[in-house]
Ligand binder design. Structure first.
Ligand SMILES: [Zn+2]
Length: 122
C-alpha cells in the first residue's frame, strides 16, 4: 500500500520535474527567438521540409526544427540565406492557419528540390 507520505513526495517530485521541463522549453524558445532576431541562417539539417509544397521561387517550404508551436512555414532558400530576392517568395504561413504536409518517408520531401517556374519568353 502506498502511504500518504509517499504520495505527497511523488507529487512534490513531479512539480519539481515540471518546473525543470518548463524552464528548459522556455530557455530553448528564448534562444531560438534571439537567433531569429539576429537574422539566423539555417543549415539543411536544422530545417524540417514540406512533403510537396514549394515556394513560388521553386525551393521547398520549411521551418527550423527548434521553432515553437506558433511558428510558420517559410521559403527554405530564405531560411538558408541563398534566396534570389529578385523573384517572388511565399508569405510566412503560420502553422495555425495553413495545413502544409511535412516530409516523411512515405510522403516524400522537398529537401534539395529546386523547380523554378519557367518564365515566359518575351
Ligand atoms: Zn522562395
Amino acid at each position: 500500500m502506498i502511504t500518504q507520505e509517499q504520495y505527497d513526495a511523488a507529487v512534490a517530485q513531479r512539480k519539481d520535474a515540471e518546473q525543470v521541463i518548463n524552464d528548459f522549453h522556455k530557455q530553448r524558445q528564448e534562444a531560438f527567438d534571439q537567433r531569429m532576431k539576429a537574422g539566423a541562417i539555417f543549415t539543411d539539417d536544422e530545417l524540417y521540409y514540406s512533403a510537396t509544397s514549394l515556394c513560388p521561387c521553386g525551393h521547398g517550404l520549411a521551418y527550423p526544427k527548434d521553432c515553437g508551436a506558433f511558428h510558420y512555414w517559410d521559403c527554405s532558400a530564405i531560411l538558408k540565406g541563398i534566396a534570389d530576392m529578385s523573384v517572388q517568395h511565399t508569405d510566412q504561413l503560420p502553422f495555425s492557419m495553413y495545413d502544409v504536409k511535412g516530409e516523411s518517408d512515405y510522403r516524400g520531401t522537398t529537401r534539395g528540390v529546386f523547380r523554378p517556374r519557367t518564365r515566359e519568353a518575351t
